[in-house]
Design a protein around this ligand. Sequence first.
Ligand SMILES: *Cc1c(COP(=O)(O)O)cnc(C)c1O
Length: 340
Amino acid sequence: MKTIDLRSDTVTRPTPAMRRAMAAAEVGDDVYGDDPTVNRLEATAAERLGFEAALFTCSGTQANLVSIMTHCARGEEYIVGQQAHTYKYEGGGAAVLGSIQPQPLDFEADGTLDLERVARAIKPADFHFARTRLLCLENTQGGKVLPLDYLKRAGEFARARKLRLHLDGARIFNAAVQLGMDVRELTAPFDSVSVCLSKGLGAPVGSMVCGGREFIGEARRWRKVCGGGMRQAGILAAAGLYALDHHVDRLADDHHNAGLLARGLRKFAAIRVDPATVQTNMVFVGIEVDLCRKLAGHLQAEGILISPGNPLRLVTHLDINRRDIGRVLKAAATFFHRQA
Ligand SMILES: *Cc1c(COP(=O)(O)O)cnc(C)c1O
């Protein structure tokens, strides 16, 4: 029986075609700039996302860390969402490794940071304060797509306030596919963007940082400092190239499956799901934590994996198809009818 893993879109495994591309990759020592496949991936990512240059990193965490370390020096500050990955889920890396202070602010309900509140958080030029240098946004944020007009306003705001603007675009292609737009329209306001290849795009490892040529040159230095200079990385880059060429448009299937899942789950009285809030590949379910643990146990016996929590986050991806959603809903129905 196939395991259906709804814990995250990081759990995807390379497809046979992706593995063939990896096995056939031409490689060289990328620290010397000699890996033709890495070079091709970096050129391709830069072009697709609308920047001069790009850098291949081991992870999204490393992509964000080197971006923040490139934008900010010791004693400087970045403004970021309280629940943002670049603040909450990266081990405090910017502070620990970069001596860079985060200034977290609560996200608005739509995943944006209110620009008036950001303006109030910018520190005056006074040696009591860290120097505010950077604003970080996240798109998608908890599965939500940031509005395009907000991105434009954030770009104008950052320029007017002389802040740099970084996007944690781990799932930026989900946003572009959901809006039916070229991803470049969503990345244009930013000085730098990180993108995960290892989530919905289905590569086993890796992320990209995109930015201007000078910025990427400096980021390459920080990647090395962080231990991220990889050697024959073309084997991994080949998976990323394959993902960019074959797995972007199909993200629409993941969004569709998330909608199916949400509409199916809405029928159960013990939980709360609003299908109207599902924009991309994540479904958030309000459920009492003890009940959720029991549900997880029941589903596990059926070959279905979830991470218990309230809200319970369910994520669709490359390794989950429409039929799998049917299996999940059937297993959930057995569980909830037995509870009732
Ligand atoms: C997953 C993720 C990252 C990077 O995670 P890695 O596991 O280090 O690749 C960054 N930002 C967001 C929003 C993410 O979801």
